[in-house]
Structures are given as structure tokens and as C-alpha cells.
Design a protein around this ligand. Structure first.
Ligand SMILES: [Cu+2]
Length: 484
């Protein structure tokens, strides 16, 4: 069957490595810097602020006057480059630090850094924004900046939507996006195609094991990496398994014998924990000084165990972990069941790992708009595997659809499964949800702790969409273009 034709220009260009990353000399990549100064928290302190792990994270910071101001002297104690943290808008003044709104605006690449209490548009007849965009009557710079986030998210995929959603829907989308203004992003790849994306690829093509008899052998390195949260931000100093954040998805079948061999190429010690495995031998559990000594720079350490239970599991550092996991030492460990249940009959499978330290609020190592949409076609069932590798709870809210929660921490819920449109996922937890697609649309899918999702210049961080297209061939065309 011939896929429906997309518009002539392929929405994504090929990359030289099979992964998507911008050319090193791409001038658009660094042209807007990210501030490295402290920022405010919202005036309302959320419950996470008082829990122990958050206090530990805040060891390099002081709470003053409702604002979070890093104490410069103490910040030196923190090994990670915390300055890359992004936070939501400041709702109240009172701090000498720059507003989080300006931080988020800078982080998200917006030239404008409006406060949340913005004046109305200066002219009822409309005027030009610094970017050259026309400000419609009643709008402010906030509206222009917020729209630009979605313009970047869709990039040159926006014109392709005409062939996917049809003329009537496209007319509305084009009007919302101001396609008639021929904004620059219309001729650029979507934001998520301008940064290295690994999870979509790996959900399709997980790390391939070598076979040693019946043992599946996985070899990984642990490295310091430069990681782009967003195509407009300078890279952050992260850590990665096989140079990736998240690390490559490791996927086996229930009952498989697994050997995972890690070589530490960092300048610090570490240990690796496979989170959720019911180990026979507790010395394989990966907790330095409880089950092993940490392994040092240059050393290789081998874990060997049987994947005795199926489900959505994870692997991550369990040594100096607040810091190492926060900088990217995390990945999905998927164990497929030998006896699938009815809920395991799915058409598409997405890993969704959240983190909330270095780089701010991220999904699979990126913040909106550099986040790959969850794609599916009408008639399909899409699985999303939420995994929280951060230090805060995140309530994921899907617009327009219900999520059927089919497993918690990889254990099937079966008769206890339930439906919801908002699902809180605590640190360390995993939830598998199925979504049965029956209507087309671009549906917002975001954390509902609002400062994790929206700043003074529009949506950022923990925001994505469920993009439901009429036909499977549309998904294939988009995915093929992403993987090209
Ligand atoms: Cu959140």
C-alpha cells in the first residue's frame, strides 16, 4: 500500500548518524543563551518542597522570601551543573534574582522575557513584535512567544498536516499558527527533530544483545556527555549510558538470563541498579556499600541475573544517585511477558521517562518543544510507559482521551485496571497506560503541576501531545522521516 503523499518537502531531513542531531555548525543552535543565574520558585511552595529528597536537592540553595535563591558559596558543593535548572514563572516579586519567567524565556529560546503581569497589547490595530510577527489586537508578547513554541514544535511538519488532517482542519491550524506570516520555523525541522532523540528510535529498535549461550549480553559505557535539552539551548554537562540520556532501552523477555556489562568512562565512581528486578542474588542489586563496592573510573562491572518478572522496569545509577540520575544516568528496562494479557495487545509502544533536575523538567531528556509527539492512528491502541526518574511527583494529564491504567510498577492490574485522564506518577514509579484512539487530533499531554509545563513565554518542559492521525500510513510516514 502506498502511503498517502506528504507535501513535497520531507518534513525531516536525514541525519548522518541515523539519530537526529543538528549539525555542529548550525547557527540556530546556540544563538540564544540560557541564563546561568538562580531563579525563583512560584510563590506557592508545592508539597514536594518539604520532602526529604527535595530538601537534599536544595542543599545548595536557600529559600528566601518565597523565592529560591541559590547560595553561591554552597553551590560549589554540588557536583552537578545546577545552573541549567529551568523553573516556572515567578508569580510574585521580592527577590533580587532574575524572574523565573525570564529564565524560562531564555531557556526556551524566546527573545522576549515578559513577566506574568503583562500589559495589554500596545496598539489596538496591531503592531510588530521584535521577531517581526504582527501582534494582533489584545495580544501581548506572551501570546507571540507562546505561539512560537508551537511553531517550533511543529516546524515544517505544519504544512504536512494539510495532507494528514484535511483542508478544513488545516485551515484552522494554519490560522492559529499564523502560517500566512511565513514564519521562519515553517522551513525548519520540528524542534524535536533538531536534537538527538533516542527513545522513539529505541522503542522501535532497543539495544541489541550479543548471545552467550542462553545469556543475553548487553555492553554499555558510562560517559560524560554534552546534551541538548532543546535546540536553542546550549548543551548541558550530563551523563549518559552509551553516551545517551536516557540510556538505550534494554528489552528482554520474561525468564531471560541477562548479563549487563558496564564500563565506567567517567571521572567518578558509580553503581548500576536494575529497578524492579526480583533478584535471586542480592549482590546483583547494584547498591554500593550495601551489595557491592562502587566501580571506579576505567573499571568494568558485570551484573548478571534472570529477568524473572515481566513489566516496565528501569536501570539507573544507585551511587551518588541524586546527582548521577539527575544528570542522566537512567534508562528503560523492559521485560516482555511470556504470556501476554489482553491489555498487552497494543499497536505502538512509547517510553516516557521524566526527570526534573539538570535541564529542568524533561521527558526522555528533552523539554517542550523538543519532545517527540506520541503518534498513533485511529483504530490503534497506544501504550505509554510512564517512568519517573526525578525527585518530584508529576500528574500526567491527557486531553480528549481516557487512559486505561493497565500496570503499576510493571505488575499487571488486570481486574483492577482503571481509567483516568490524569495520573500522578511518584519518583521511582512506573505506570503503563493504554489509549484507544478513535478521533483525530493534536491533543495536549502534559504535567498538570502547571509551573512544570508553562512559563511566562508559553509552554515548556513537561509538555507533549498525543497526535492522532487518520491512517496508520500517516504515522509510518512521520516515523520514517524521523528515523531517516
Ligand atoms: Cu510535573
Amino acid at each position: 500500500m502506498t502511503p498517502p503523499a506528504l507535501p513535497p518537502a520531507t518534513p525531516f531531513g536525514p541525519s548522518d548518524s541515523g539519530r537526529m542531531s543538528p549539525p555542529a555548525d548550525d547557527p540556530s543552535r546556540h544563538h540564544r543563551g540560557m541564563e546561568t543565574t538562580p531563579q525563583d520558585t512560584p510563590a506557592t511552595i508545592d508539597p514536594d518542597d518539604v520532602d526529604l529528597s527535595r530538601r537534599r536537592f536544595l542543599r545548595n540553595a536557600a529559600l528566601t522570601g518565597g523565592g529560591l535563591v541559590a547560595a553561591a558559596g554552597l553551590a560549589a558543593c554540588a557536583p552537578a551543573a545546577r545552573q541549567a535548572w529551568t523553573f516556572g514563572p515567578a508569580l510574585a516579586g521580592g527577590s533580587a534574582a532574575p524572574s523565573a519567567g525570564s529564565m524560562a524565556a531564555a531557556a526556551s529560546g524566546s527573545a522576549a522575557a515578559p513577566s506574568m503581569s503583562m500589559a495589554p497589547a500596545p496598539s489596538p490595530s496591531g503592531s510588530a513584535a521584535p521577531s517581526g510577527a504582527i501582534i494582533p489586537p489584545g495580544w501581548t508578547q506572551h501570546d507571540i512567544a507562546a505561539r512560537n513554541k508551537v511553531q517550533r514544535y511543529l516546524g515544517n511538519l505544519a504544512p504536512a498536516l494539510k495532507g494528514i488532517y484535511g483542508d478544513a482542519a488545516f485551515t484552522k491550524l494554519a490560522d492559529m499558527l499564523a502560517v500566512a506570516e511565513n514564519y521562519p520555523e515553517l522551513s525548519q525541522k520540528p524542534s524535536f527533530a533538531q536534537v538527538e532523540q533516542l527513545v522513539l528510535n529505541d522503542a522501535v529498535k532497543p539495544l541489541k544483545p550479543e548471545l552467550d549461550g542462553e545469556v543475553k549480553v548487553f555492553r554499555l559505557t558510562i560517559e560524560e556527555i554534552q546534551h541538548s535539552i532543546d535546540e536553542l539551548m546550549p548543551p548541558v554537562a550530563g551523563l549518559g549510558y552509551n553516551g545517551q540520556w536516557p540510556g538505550p532501552t534494554i528489552r528482554v523477555t520474561e525468564g531471560d538470563k541477562v548479563r549487563a556489562i558496564f564500563t565506567n568512562n567517567m571521572k567518578e565512581t558509580t553503581g548500576v541498579h536494575f529497578h524492579g528486578v526480583e533478584f535471586e542474588d542480592f549482590f546483583q542489586d547494584g547498591v554500593p556499600f550495601v551489595t557491592q563496592k562502587p566501580f571506579a573510573p576505567g573499571e568494568t562491572y558485570t551484573y548478571e541475573f534472570t529477568a524473572s518478572r515481566p513489566g516496565s522496569l528501569m536501570y539507573h545509577s544507585h551511587h551518588n544517585a541524586t546527582d548521577q540520575v539527575g544528570r542522566g544516568l537512567l534508562g528503560a528496562f523492559l521485560v516482555d511477558p511470556r504470556s501476554p494479557t489482553a491489555d498487552d495487545k497494543i499497536d505502538r509502544d512509547y517510553v516516557w521517562i521524566s526527570n526534573d533536575q539538570l535541564g529542568g523538567f524533561t521527558i526522555n531528556g528533552h523539554g517542550f518543544p523538543a519532545v517527540v509527539p506520541v503518534l498513533g492512528a485511529i483504530g490503534e491502541t497506544v501504550r505509554v510507559r510512564f517512568m519517573n526518574e526525578g525527585i518530584m511527583m508529576h500528574p500526567w494529564h491527557l486531553h480528549g482521551y481516557k487512559m486505561k491504567v493497565v500496570a503499576r510498577d510493571g505488575y499487571p492490574l488486570e481486574g483492577a485496571s482503571f481509567h483516568c485522564d490524569t495520573l500522578g506518577v511518584n519518583p521511582g514509579e512506573r505506570y503503563d497506560v493504554n489509549v484507544v484512539l478513535d478521533r483525530p487530533g493534536v491533543w495536549a499531554f502534559h504535567c498538570h503541576i502547571l509551573p512544570h509545563a508553562e512559563a511566562a513565554d508559553g509552554m515548556y518542559g513537561m509538555v507533549n501531545t498525543l497526535m492522532v492521525v487518520p491512517k496508520k500510513e500517516h504515522v509510518d510516514a512521520i516515523v520514517a522521516a524521523i528515523l531517516a
